[in-house]
Structures are given as C-alpha cells and as structure tokens.
Design a protein around this ligand. Sequence first.
Ligand code: SF4
Length: 316
Amino acid sequence: MRAFSYERATSPEGAAQAAAGIEGAKFIAGGTNLLDLMKLEIETPTYLIDVNGLGLDTIEDTADGGLRIGALVRNTDLAAHARVRRDYGVLTRALVAGASGQLRNKATTAGNLLQRTRCPYFYDTNMPCNKRNRGSGCAALEGVSRSLGIIGTSEHCIATHPSDMAVAMRALDAVVETVDAEGTRRSIPLEDFHVLPGETPDVETSLNASEVITAVTLPAPIGGRHVYHKVRDRASYAFALVSVAAVVQPDGTGRVALGGVAPKPWRRKAAEEAMPNGAAAVMARLLEGADPTEHNAYKVTLAERTLGAVLARAQE
Ligand code: SF4
C-alpha cells in the first residue's frame, strides 16, 4: 500500500472542500471496498478524507411520505429499519442478499453505490484494463467473461456493477442527494447516477470529483409485492450472475430492475408495460440490444427464467 495523507472531515461541505483541488483525494467511510483496492494498488489515493464523522447516519421520514436515508447509514441498519422492512421490502431483501454480515455492518449506503466492479481482470494488475488504466485495453474481451455484462457494455469494457442494494433502489426510483465544495446541492435520480462505460469505463458516476453524497431519498411507498431474487454461484458471499428486483401489483403491473447484467442497475420503464403479459414479453424489451459474449449468453435465458420465478412468487 502506498503512503497517503489522512484527515477527518466534520461537515459534508468541509469534506468537499478538503477534496477540491487535490488530485488523488478520496473519501473513505466503511472502507470495505476501497481498502482492498488500496492494498492491491488499484486505488492509490494521495489524500484520504474520512467522512465517518459527518452525522449522516439517520433515516428520516420525508414530508411526502417517503424516506431519507443518510449516506453513512450502514447496510445492516438500513435492512433492519422498520419502515424499510414494511414499505420497501425489496430493499431489505436486496441488502441481506449482499456480501456478508460483517461487511454489511461496516458498509454504508453511499459506499455501496460507489463500489467498483468485481471483474476479475480489474483486480489482476498484470492484465490490461481500461477501467483501471484508460486506453490500456480490456482483457475480459478475449478472456473468461462468464460473470460479466450482456447489455449497456461497450467495446472498451463489459464489466457489471456489483451492488444488490442499487438494483432495488433503482426499482424504487431512488434519488441521490449531494453537496459540493461551494455548498451547491444536487438531486440525481439513480437512473442518471451510474453512467455507461462508452469510451471512458473509468468514469462510473455523474459525480464531480469533490462532490459528497449526503443521502438517498425514496419516494412514498407504492405498495405491491416486493421480491428480490439473486442467482449466484454459492448461497452467500457471492455477487449476482443475475438478480431481479420486482414490485408487483395485484393487477400484474409493476416494476422490474436487473442486476448482474449491466454496468448499472438495468431498468427500462417501457419494458414494464409488458408485465401483465409475462416474463418473456418483459425481457424481450428489457434486454433488447443485448450483446453477450460466448461465455455469458446464458444470462439472457437465466434472466427471463428468474423473472418468471419472481412473477410467479409475487402472485402466490
Ligand atoms: Fe477492465 Fe472492464 Fe475489461 Fe473488466 S471488462 S478488464 S473492468 S475494461
């Protein structure tokens, strides 16, 4: 691990100001992903700004009946919160499907959104990776791509976003709140928060360099049956090959987002119009334009069958 400077921030604006103008500055909270990446020298921050003291660890009701989740709320606490369990069950189910109990105790809401891909070539510093070093190439394109993306990818990167939590939040129309060094606040729909790789796979979000996430808000609950189904290689502590977050209403309408298939939680509202017609009809629209590799073409079928199982469970 390389040497770095460290300071503890005491306000969100102060954290943003500390990062502004310092190349290589990074925020750290739970550190469950960043510290691993630093040990491997994939991340080499020169300046670490500890945001654990910002007081952003509460969950509050909003005036419109929704929920405001502080950026530093730990995944375990979010999953266990009474209103999340009652009104946003798909989020609790996605959270407890992620990582391990120990990691969920440390990992934060904002950090979960910002975690990096688990593409094996991203972690192998002997291999070319455009996400690690822009312009170096993509080892996955000629390598083993079984776990990687089938849609939203580019000729420069086919990695997936690894979060379960974000897939559920995408189905719930979550909004990310931020503040920058000038004190300017933004509300970014989660739909626009993660960006597709295109020619710059190293750019993963629409955040500015020194912008700090302060909270994630959920709109008022929409009812329905909430299901999160994650297909993975082993029963725990594994990332999704395919996951489905669904909210299904009694009349068969609803919402669907996919994990494990794209560089961001994958949702197309137009596909949801086909929900009363069943999984095949939804998936034909949701995965229209998919470009799988020979190793991961199975995900197209797996996604459809997983959604079929989810819709059947929602109607039980
Ligand atoms: Fe790197 Fe993306 Fe290629 Fe994986 S898929 S090696 S993260 S550029």
